[in-house]
Design a protein around this ligand. Structure first.
Ligand code: SD4
Length: 318
């Protein structure tokens, strides 16, 4: 089971060894508050999770049920059913989950299964592994009773055929403000969990995997400190191990907002041109404070807090 524990000891792995954590877990107050945040205008998904948290349901269950709404939404072209395929016309999904104990599960390049965040949770809870890929993940899903479904819709097939006419591949910035969903949930026990689920970049190369299913890049939680999730061009998030970086910055004493800004600026510092790509982070600490920042304008996130579910606009580096 310990193989699944991804809580890094920053001192033992020698990263930033001169830094003394300024945040002590004891500084955080447990006041029974709940909060759920999710990337993009994922209104219903975030509301679903928030209401579950209000009822006292644990953060991981709330996150997995919340993101399932986008996985099942055919209009979201970057998640689950209706997600854009790769160049060869296959829809391949990536997802991961992480809980307050530091346990995590992940699936990559899965075909024919809609609820891949739940599948990642099943990998975490029912196998001795952290990550399952491709056919193996699909076979595991079928063995657990998941329905096999064609993830291409008439619309996504039509769009792909249109794309094939020019085969012009470039990252799209802010796809209709509705995109990959990453969610962080703080439950009544003051535990943070999260989930991240995507079909990845539209018309990616066959076999391409982004940041979303990679623990530390697309999602990272350290329940003593907080959590972060990423969206946007996964290659840039992977290169900076983005979500892990945001959580480590919070460990050093930065607020969720400052941590997201610093992590985005690290990406921007090696990519000085505007309009190249989007990357955004959202983060939450154990107090339930939240923050968000993006490379380009136009990123919004949902915030369920005190019984209200609001869309928030994020500031950006450009
Ligand atoms: C990826 N990060 O596969 C995902 C895509 C995404 O907003 O988040 N799009 O690179």
């Amino acid at each position: 089971m310990r193989r699944r524990n991804f809580i890094f000891d920053i001192f033992s792995i020698g990263i930033i060894s001169s830094m003394t954590p300024k945040i002590n877990a004891k500084e955080f107050i447990n006041n029974n508050m709940v909060r759920s945040i999710s990337t993009w205008k994922t209104t219903e998904a975030n509301l679903k999770a928030g209401l579950m948290l209000d009822k006292g349901i644990d953060g991981l269950s709330a996150a997995v049920s919340g993101v399932a709404i986008e996985e099942e939404n055919p209009k979201n072209t970057t998640v689950g059913f209706g997600g854009a395929p790769d160049r060869s016309g296959r829809v391949t999904l990536d997802a991961c989950v992480m809980n307050h104990l530091g346990d995590c599960g992940s699936v990559v390049a899965v075909e024919n299964i809609v609820n891949v965040a739940r599948l990642a949770k099943d990998v975490m809870e029912k196998t001795p592994h952290v990550m399952l890929a491709g056919k193996g993940a699909e076979e595991f899903a079928i063995s657990q009773g998941y329905e096999k479904r064609d993830l291409l819709t008439e619309k996504s097939k039509e769009d792909w055929k249109k794309w094939l006419e020019n085969e012009d591949y470039k990252p799209v910035i802010n796809i209709e403000n509705h995109d990959t969903i990453g969610m962080l949930c703080l439950d009544k026990n003051n535990n943070i969990s999260g989930a991240c689920t995507t079909s990845g970049l539209a018309y990616k190369m066959k076999g391409r995997v982004g940041d979303s299913p990679i623990i530390g890049s697309g999602l990272f939680i350290d329940n003593k400190i907080g959590g972060a999730v990423a969206t946007g061009l996964g290659e840039e998030v992977l290169k900076t191990v983005g979500s892990f970086l945001v959580v480590e910055l919070m460990r050093q004493g930065k607020s969720p907002q400052e941590a997201c800004e610093t992590a985005v600026k690290r990406i921007v510092s090696s990519n000085s041109q505007k309009n190249k790509f989007q990357v955004a982070y959202i983060a939450m600490n154990k107090n339930g404070d939240v923050g968000s920042y993006s490379v380009e304008p136009g990123f919004t996130y949902m915030d369920y807090f005190n019984g209200e579910n609001k869309e928030k606009v994020t500031e950006s580096a450009f």
